[in-house]
Design a protein around this ligand. Structure first.
Ligand code: DAT
Ligand code: MG
Length: 131
């Protein structure tokens, strides 16, 4: 299957505003993963609706799309052994309050709707790299 050794990581608009681009990249580099693609872009609402299509029926969908469109994101592809699963562990939980210290969400943020970083949650969903 395509991309089995790669994951999609995106630094969200608040992560950029908070000045965390360097820290997040450093975290992944120091862990031993390789940055194989990176793009700084402002995602359109249409693009974001596709990216989050699984959540289209959730009550926070419109707010999520609006927030993700509120500024640029840093889209990255990271490669390495078990990077999808390990990457999710490094991110922490969706809700920063449940994220352990030492994880990116656990160390840097407190609100679920502003959790600074996206990461593919399975090898299958890492196919979102193409999007
Ligand atoms: P994750 O980003 O950990 O994969 P997810 O895929 O369940 O989490 O949800 C995607 C994003 O949607 C999440 O990063 C932030 C937002 N979100 C999730 N649950 C939320 C909630 N209860 N209120 C507001 N935003 C939420
Ligand atoms: Mg998710």
């Amino acid at each position: 299957m395509a991309h089995t050794k790669c994951t999609f990581i995106a630094i969200k608009p608040d992560g950029i505003q908070w000045g965390l681009i360097g820290d997040i990249i450093k975290h992944f580099e120091q862990k031993g993963f390789h940055l194989v693609g990176m793009k700084f872009l402002r995602a359109s609402k249409e693009h974001l609706k596709q990216h989050y299509v699984d959540l289209k029926d959730s009550p926070f969908f419109a707010g999520l799309v609006k927030y993700m469109n509120s500024g640029p994101v840093v889209s990255m592809v990271w490669e390495g052994l078990n990077v999808v699963k390990t990457g999710r562990v490094m991110l922490g939980k969706s809700n920063p309050a449940d994220s352990k210290p030492g994880t990116i969400r656990g160390d840097f943020y407190i609100q679920v709707g502003r959790n600074i970083i996206h990461g593919s949650d399975s090898v299958k969903s890492a196919e979102e790299i193409s999007l």
